[in-house]
Design a protein around this ligand. Sequence first.
Ligand SMILES: NC(=O)C1=CN([C@@H]2O[C@H](COP(=O)(O)OP(=O)(O)OC[C@H]3O[C@@H](n4cnc5c(N)ncnc54)[C@H](O)[C@@H]3O)[C@@H](O)[C@H]2O)C=CC1
Ligand SMILES: O=C(O)CCC(=O)C(=O)O
Length: 527
Amino acid sequence: MLKVLVSDVLGDAGIQIFRDHAEIEVDVKTGLAPEELIAIIGEYDALVIRSATRVTEAVLEAGKKLKVVGRAGIGLDNVDIPAATKRGVVVMNTPTGNVVTTAEHAIAMMMALTRNIPQGTLSLKEGRWDKKKLQGREVFNKTLGVVGFGKIGSIVADRAKGLRMKVVIYDPFVTPEQIQKSGFESVSLDELYARADYISVHVPKLKETTGLLNKAAFDKMKDGVMIVNCARGGIVDEDDLQDAIQSGKVAGAALDVFETEPPGECRLLEMDRLICTPHLGASTREAQTNVAVAVAHQIIDYIVDGTVVNAVNVPSVAGDLLKKIGPYMEVGDRMGCLQAQLASGPVKAVIIEYTGDFKGMDMAPVSTAILKGLLTPMVKYAVNFVNAPIVAKEMGIKVTESTTSEAEDYTHLITLRVITDAGENLVAGTIIGRSDLKVVKINDFRLELVPEGHILLIFNQDQPGAIGGIGTTLGNHDINIGRMQVGQDKDGEHNIIFLQTDTPVPAEVIETLRTAQMVNSVTPLEL
Ligand SMILES: NC(=O)C1=CN([C@@H]2O[C@H](COP(=O)(O)OP(=O)(O)OC[C@H]3O[C@@H](n4cnc5c(N)ncnc54)[C@H](O)[C@@H]3O)[C@@H](O)[C@H]2O)C=CC1
Ligand SMILES: O=C(O)CCC(=O)C(=O)O
């Protein structure tokens, strides 16, 4: 039997799907303390969560049998995704089941805020008739600034259009043409701040979006702006928001989400001009049924059949295809990462060639893995299998793929050319045996490099003593060489040396090597 642990409240329809499956045994244990979860997670093949459970590195480490973490909902900021990927645990969410519900909540919050509905309710319940004090505003003809034009932001924009609001959008990853095609105006963030009467944020919580709405941002906004956050706590800085409400710069804010949940005692909550809900954005019967059913099917598809759907750390491919192309995805990712470190200047084009017996294999996930590997070191935000092609497009990188069955030296060969203003680099890779990753060509040099760990890429003159000198310098600094690969160019005058070291090579040692005789260049690589 495959064991599934549901550690947050999940819609009954989802639990029933697990119960009805002959190969699944499901336990529902909500409200576990972190140490309680760590103590039991070792028994389970799958973990189903919403926003309360924190899936930390320690939880993943204890989850020796764990294959998948499924989020009944969207936000995955409570899951340590890199730690999961490192351990081969698939992380999936249900990206569409609650988006209408959450967008409706954002609109409801905006209306409640602008018409003082919570304050009016409270005043009546406390025996007051605060009619004059609680005069509101119309939203008709006002400008709504939507930050993040993804699934939820785009629905909010659409619903606001129905309220006859003017809507301006800021989303650096969606082209202005796409935004215009949907009937909205694409603006810069500063312009949005300058024009909006209401601002609603719908971005994921990332390093770049944490504190996005802070003092500096409030200073650029219109006096009397109203803020809605139904995305994630901390995207709007709570201390700065409090100051901005206090000063009157911000006329009011509606928060569904908090930096710490529950927020406990905090001065922000005591402010009259702040209305709030306890992370209710996705809490409708419809949405909870949608996400519970979706996550149950997705988990079963994966642990029973190996089919991956809606994963954020591996592409969505059927289990049998994943088995075949998994190693090629891995080598593609490393080749991309290697190219990123070889490239100088912005990448203009990427050419991917699959040569050999790739018949019947859909190589699109491998191309995505290549882009993910290439773009990850180049951009500040997280690139994953879902957004890699979009990020490449946004960066203006032209991606071309081709497949030919005429194998040369290897039965399967992936060749990756990356073109920048400085020229072109070529890296070719393959799989030896079932899953040994090898880079077999870099520009004119043939080699068999295992693309992993700390590597020094050295170009030198092919003369006696050149390699010995490099070894001695590293030895003098107590750096152990794990593996070494030497390639020779066509005319035999230059070498390319790949030194894999047990520890990273400090910058001063690299400088010493760069000035050594017969060494042309030294580039440290991390793969
Ligand atoms: N309150 C609640 O109960 C719920 C909250 N959420 C949250 O809502 C948010 C939006 O979710 P979705 O629309 O499904 O996500 P999505 O991934 O469909 O859209 C996010 C959009 O933000 C954009 N973006 C990323 N970084 C940006 C930046 N720095 N500036 C402007 N735009 C940026 C992306 O390009 C994308 O278009 C997430 O934070 C999610 O966790 C989702 C469901 C329920
Ligand atoms: O599960 C919930 O109630 C919260 C939903 C949410 O925040 C999400 O899906 O990102």
